[in-house]
Design a protein around this ligand. Structure first.
Ligand SMILES: [Zn+2]
Length: 323
């Protein structure tokens, strides 16, 4: 028993030295979603994507790695839709970027998040890459649009209370998008059928955000309900993640929360996965359905795409504070 305070002290010290990093959907979930999306592609695309599935999966997290390093990157991952209107924000904010700029100003949009519009811009870049038959850019933009579509499907990327900081539920962001998928996504059904053509990509991106926003009441309410019925000792455990000791939600608490959410995490991951495949397919169709097997042997992969990121965050962090 005498050891407990010492262990707690060491744990606190380690937590200070190795703060929990912020990883939207969690690196694990982002990589898994991008990987699974490949299996939703039609035959004409499947061979190319399957042969590069490791790249598509590994680089699913590049946008998160650079969000604290590159000016303007952070706001591409979320939209604080409740900033515009608490009750019916989607009736307030125009879906088209130029109309939203006129109504709220560019500065405002680029402060409170631009994820639905960024998905449109990424779709353009991916379509252009297909038109140019630029293999390197096809892979880069496929991996990265997958990231932003994944983020748009996370409820906590659609609110200013993104980490429960306004409701004393600090940590709920990582709980929902990292801890739960890591514990339970191996039980999920990812036989999702085939990608479909998206005639209105802007609407599809906004529907992802609306779907996320509609989950928020449950996300917050059930965590609070369970919190009131759990002692801290039962709610949290200290666990090693690689070389880092972290305060984590216990498996028991996670299971109870997951059960209360009644499949929400699975449904959001499924929706993200089929949406990503459908955006890839749409870009390819809009570019005239180029033969991907030809370009996979004729164009060398640009090694500059394998971005290198520092493992230690800079002292000056750009964007939102860490979760
Ligand atoms: Zn992100």
């Amino acid at each position: 028993m005498k050891l407990i305070p010492k262990i707690t002290l060491i744990a606190c010290l380690l937590l200070t030295l190795f703060p929990k990093s912020n990883k939207a959907w969690g690196f694990y979930a982002h990589q898994q979603i991008n990987r699974l999306a490949v299996f939703c592609l039609p035959q004409e695309m499947f061979g190319f994507y399957k042969s590069h599935i490791d790249f598509i999966s590994e680089h699913a997290v590049d946008p998160d790695k650079r969000r604290y390093l590159v000016e303007g990157e952070g706001v591409k991952h979320f939209i604080d839709i409740d900033y515009y209107e608490k009750a019916l924000p989607f009736d307030t904010i125009p879906r088209l970027y130029h109309e939203a700029v006129i109504k709220f100003s560019k500065d405002t949009l680029h402060t409170y998040g631009i994820v639905p519009w960024n998905i449109q811009w990424m779709l353009k870049s991916l379509t252009q890459a297909f038109l140019e038959k630029n293999k390197a850019n096809i892979l880069k933009y496929s991996a990265e649009i997958g990231h932003y579509i994944g983020d748009a499907h996370v409820p906590l990327h659609a609110t200013s209370n993104y980490n429960g900081q306004q409701t004393n539920q600090h940590g709920i962001h990582g709980f929902f998008e990292s801890r739960l998928p890591e514990l339970f996504s191996n039980q999920y059904d990812f036989f999702l059928g085939q990608a479909t053509y998206i005639a209105k990509p802007n609407d599809a991106a906004w529907e992802a955000v609306e779907g996320s926003f509609s989950c928020l009441d449950s996300v917050f309410w059930f965590e609070r309900y369970l919190h009131e019925n759990y002692l801290d000792q039962a709610k949290y455990v200290m666990e090693w993640k690689g070389s880092t000791l972290q305060k984590m939600y216990s498996k028991e608490f996670s299971e109870a929360y997951h059960l209360k959410l009644q499949g929400m995490v699975e449904r959001r991951m499924q929706a993200a996965t089929i949406c990503i495949a459908s955006f890839w397919y749409t870009a390819w169709v809009n570019a005239g359905q180029p033969n991907l097997l030809d370009l996979s042997v004729s164009v060398p992969l640009d090694s500059s795409l394998f971005e290198k990121f520092p493992t230690i965050l800079p002292t000056t962090i750009i964007g939102r504070p860490e979760y």
